[in-house]
Every structure is written in structure tokens, then in C-alpha cells.
Design a protein around this ligand. Structure first.
Ligand code: FAD
Ligand code: 2HG
Ligand code: ZN
Length: 471
């Protein structure tokens, strides 16, 4: 049988796209690259995934797993060769089991993150992973990228929220590792190999995840500060006043909010002339009056010490959602402004100020009038230090002319201060060539050994994350 006939017999002809309408699976979210798929296959069960992998392996065809295709590093679309199969996980979306006493839930990989949050909520529980793309990204994609988001400072990355995995290996075998245990020291932790491997080692088909008691009250505040130093001082105070109640701490520079104002006038972010704003969230197991007192005390101290200039506190769930909506719209607003250079860097919080001062200056020297969209998860030491062409400069030309130089400046500075060039989005193909310059050589060699051992035929998302034979 041909590969096509085998795939059609495994999942049904209706779920193998051959030509025509494959574009949605071939274009990356940022519209930076357009690939070409041989076929797009959408299995509905783990058994079907295993059969698809076995057939692709037998025919020597490589596989690109895809969830919601919201990844920002060009890892979930096929290359341009027209020889790769895209394996879409979107039909595998069942909630398999909820164990409220164990505070855990087992779900299939294609389940959309927001659906998962809503299911937990309907049981009076919380699944805390939260990203701007939650309406379309999948839990399988979240685990494969070890996604971060806005609740990491309290609950950790996707990795920390995962108890067990079910995986189809590169040989088409099914590893049933859906443990719901919080303690299990019976050898190597295999799930941690697959989490964050961006589809290069196997296909995550289901996961058992941690749930948490839902907080009684959640309050959101927006504070304006004169500079980044003010944001950092507020972070320290927030840790002291709120301790584990601090569930979100996001910063946004003036230009990020200006982009939101321009492209989404209805959202109207407050504090128009403030150089920086902080969005801060407090979750509390007690009623909202207790939370309000805690937040008031924090903001009074911050105002008194001059860390912040002004602050507002949401008075309702709707107001709180509106503030978060402003924050989550920066990525879209920036996309509408035009092609741009993204950096998803992390540093010890103590090095953030020095990084920003030095890099702002170096970039302005390189390109006069360069516009910096600097925002992100300061509570985790993670900034989205994004770079937009000067006003009036053609965006495509800007990228061609400056992307490599800009990356070099940013990454060298990150390296010299002990940081990472990818805090949460991963490597994909966009940072494939940069990684060896910024990661330990022994670590890279161990990564190659793992890849070669788990996927000796190199059929799982090749040329993503790690180059096997770098030139
Ligand atoms: P995809 O984009 O489809 O795939 C991502 C990678 O995982 C690819 O390498 C793919 O091959 C692999 N993969 C997907 N599913 C599987 C599977 N089942 N098994 C094996 N491999 C698989 N990311 C953050 O970390 N934090 C944020 O705050 C954040 N905010 C975002 C906001 C916006 C508006 C957008 C567009 C993106 C944002 N992202 C963020 C990036 C992105 O949403 C995350 O990386 C998300 O986890 C990707 O999920 P997905 O289902 O879309 O995966
Ligand atoms: C976020 O925190 C995402 O909103 C996207 O990680 C960041 O657009 C970006 O660079
Ligand atoms: Zn982010």
C-alpha cells in the first residue's frame, strides 16, 4: 500500500488532507513562514496516532505534530519540502477522568486550554495555566513547549503542572505513563524528557494534570511607575505583603500600551503618559474584603515609598478581565503594527535593570528611532523584549537588514548576565541556529544523544530544537 492508502485506512479518508485547503496548517502564527505539507492527518485515538507513526516510519516520512498552531518560534508547521506529514491533534480532545479528591484530571492532548480551565472551574477547582492564546492553544502544545504564561510565579510552568503522560514514541509504541502520583522515584523521569521537547522526541497524546482549590477572591490592580526600577521595587513589596497570594506580576512599557491604544481603541489602557505599568493579581482563599485590605496595604506602602505613582484596583470581575485583556492584546497589537523581532528572554530579576539599560542604548545606537515593545512576566524574570522598526521604516526590509544584528546584541547581553534566550516559547526552527552559541556544549551533546536514542530515524519534527549535524 502507498503511505496515503495506509493513512486513510488508519484514520478515515475524511481526516487525511491531501491537497487544496491545507494552508491553515502550513502558515505559522506570526506569518513569518509558509511551509508545504505532504498530507495533514487528524487521528482521533491514541491507537490511530501509533498506526500513523508506524506507517510514516516505514515509508521514511517525517512528522510535524501540531496542536493549536499558536507557537511563536516556527515549530509546528512543515518545512517547504512538501515531504512532511502534519499530525494535527485537534480531534483528540476528550476529558478522560477527573479525580477531585486527588486534585487531578486526565485529558487528551488536543483539548483547548480554555476548555480545560472551564472544566476544572465547573468542579470548583482551578487549572492555573493561563496564556493569551488559551482560546486556541492545546494542552499537548502547552506541554510540548513547557508553556509559561501569567501564573508561573505562583504555580510554575506547564512542566510543574503535569503528573503523568501518555506518549506515542517515534517507533509507534504507546507509553502509558498517565500516573496521578505526586511522588514516584522509580528511575528516570521520562515525562520530563517529552515536556518541552517541541515534538522532536514523540507525540504527547494525553496528560494527567494537577488541579488546585479555586481561590475565594481574586483582585487585579494596575499601577503606573516612573521606570523599571519602580516595577522591581513594587515586585519586592508584593512578595513581602502578599507572599503566596501573589499570582500575577506583569510589566508593560509605554510603547506596548500605545500599540494597544492604536490598534484596539475600545480597550483604552489607563495611565497614558506613564513610562511603565504593572498589572498585579492577588488570589486569596478568604473573602474579597480580606484580599482588598492586603492589596490596599501593599499599594499604600508602594505609593509612600515612591515605587509607584498611581494605582487602580478592579472593582468587579468585568473590570479585572478588562485589565487582563489590555495586557493580553499586546501581541496582537504588535502583529498588526507589522513584522517584528521577538525576544523571550529570562534573567535573574536582579539583572533585569542593567540588561534593559544597556540593550536599549545599544539598539538605539544601531538603529536610530527603533521602537521597543518591552513587556512580560517580570515576576519570573521573563521579558518579551520585542523590537519594531522605526516609524515609517518598511518592516520586511527592517528584518532583512537588522534581525541578525539585533539578535546578536540582545543575546550577547543576556548571556553575559547569566540569562536564557528562550524563557517560555521554545526554540522551534527560528532559534535553531542561535542555540549553540548560547548553550553549554556538553548540554547540547547530551541533547543530541537523547534525540538519537529516542528517534534514531529522525522522523519526529526534524531540524527543530537541536541540529544533529551542525555545520
Ligand atoms: P503548536 O503551536 O501547535 O505547537 C508548538 C510545538 O509543540 C511544536 O513544536 C509542535 O510540533 C509541538 N506539539 C504540539 N502538540 C504536540 C503534541 N501533542 N505532542 C508533541 N508535540 C506537540 N507561550 C507561553 O509560553 N506563554 C505565553 O504567555 C504565551 N502567550 C501567547 C500569546 C499569544 C497571543 C500567542 C499567539 C502565543 C502565545 N504563546 C505563549 C505561545 C504559544 O501559544 C504556546 O507555545 C503554546 O503552548 C502552543 O500551543 P499549541 O497547541 O498552539 O502548539
Ligand atoms: C505573552 O506573554 C506571550 O503575551 C507572547 O508570551 C509574547 O508577543 C510576545 O512576544
Ligand atoms: Zn509570555
Amino acid at each position: 500500500m502507498t503511505l496515503l492508502e495506509e493513512l486513510q485506512s488508519h484514520v478515515g479518508s475524511a481526516f487525511v488532507l491531501t491537497d487544496g485547503d491545507k494552508t491553515a496548517f502550513e502558515l505559522d502564527w506570526r506569518k513569518r513562514q509558509q511551509g508545504k505539507a505532504l498530507y495533514v492527518v487528524s487521528p482521533q485515538t491514541t491507537q490511530e496516532v501509533a498506526m500513523v507513526v508506524k506507517s510514516c516510519l516505514a515509508h521514511g516520512v517525517s512528522i510535524v505534530p501540531q496542536g493549536g498552531n499558536t507557537g511563536l518560534v516556527v515549530g509546528s508547521i512543515p518545512d517547504e519540502s512538501g515531504t512532511q506529514v502534519v499530525l494535527s491533534m485537534k480531534r483528540m480532545k476528550k476529558i478522560r477522568h477527573i479525580d477531585a479528591s486527588n486534585l487531578s484530571l486526565t485529558v487528551e492532548a488536543g483539548c483547548v486550554l480554555q476548555t480545560l480551565q472551564e472544566v476544572a472551574q465547573s468542579h470548583g477547582l482551578l487549572f492555573p495555566l493561563s496564556l493569551g492564546s488559551e482560546g486556541s492553544c492545546t494542552i499537548g502544545g502547552n506541554l510540548s513547549t513547557n508553556a509559561g504564561g501569567t501564573q508561573v510565579l505562583r504555580f510554575g510552568n506547564a512542566r510543574e503542572l503535569c503528573l503523568g503522560l501518555e506518549v506515542v514514541t517515534a517507533q509507534g509504541e504507546i507509553w502509558s505513563g498517565l500516573s496521578a502520583l505526586r511522588k514516584d522515584n522509580t528511575g528516570y523521569d521520562l515525562k520530563d524528557l517529552f515536556i518541552g521537547s517541541e515534538g522532536t522526541l514523540g507525540i504527547i497524546t494525553a496528560a494527567t494534570l494537577k488541579l488546585f482549590p479555586a481561590p475565594q477572591s481574586t483582585l487585579t490592580a494596575l499601577a503606573s511607575t516612573e521606570d523599571l526600577e519602580g516595577c522591581i521595587r513594587l515586585l519586592k513589596l508584593a512578595h513581602e505583603h502578599l507572599s503566596a497570594g501573589l499570582t500575577g506580576f506583569e510589566v508593560m512599557n509605554q510603547f506596548s500600551l500605545e500599540l494597544v491604544r492604536t490598534h484596539f481603541p475600545n480597550l483604552a489602557p489607563p495611565f497614558e503618559s506613564s513610562p511603565w505599568c504593572v498589572l498585579l493579581e492577588l488570589s486569596d482563599p478568604q473573602d474579597s474584603s480580606h484580599a482588598a485590605t492586603l492589596l490596599e496595604n501593599l499599594l499604600s506602602a508602594a505609593l509612600e515609598q515612591g515605587a509607584v505613582q498611581d494605582a487602580i484596583v478592579s472593582k468587579s470581575l468585568a473590570e479585572s478581565k478588562q485589565l487582563w485583556h489590555i495586557r493580553e492584546s499586546i501581541t496582537l497589537a504588535q502583529a498588526q503594527e507589522g513584522l517584528n523581532i521577538k525576544h523571550d528572554i529570562s534573567l535573574p530579576v536582579s539583572q533585569i535593570k542593567s540588561f534593559v539599560e544597556h540593550t536599549d542604548r545599544a539598539l538605539e545606537e544601531l538603529v536610530e528611532g527603533v521602537r521597543l515593545v518591552n513587556f512580560g512576566h517580570l515576576g519570573d524574570g521573563n521579558l518579551h523584549y520585542n523590537v519594531q522598526a522605526p516609524r515609517g521604516f518598511d518592516h520586511k526590509t527592517f528584518l532583512t537588514q537588522y534581525e541578525d544584528k539585533v539578535n546578536e546584541i540582545v543575546y550577547q547581553q543576556v548571556k553575559s548576565l547569566g540569562g536564557s534566550i528562550s524563557a517560555e516559547h521554545g526554540i522551534g526552527s527560528l532559534k535553531l541556529k542561535s542555540l549553540p552559541n548560547y548553550k553549554d556544549a556538553v548540554a547540547l551533546s547530551l541533547m543530541r544523544s537523547i534525540k538519537k536514542s529516542l528517534d534514531p530515524d529522525n522522523i519526529m519534527n526534524p531540524n527543530r530544537v537541536i541540529e544533529l549535524n551542525p555545520s
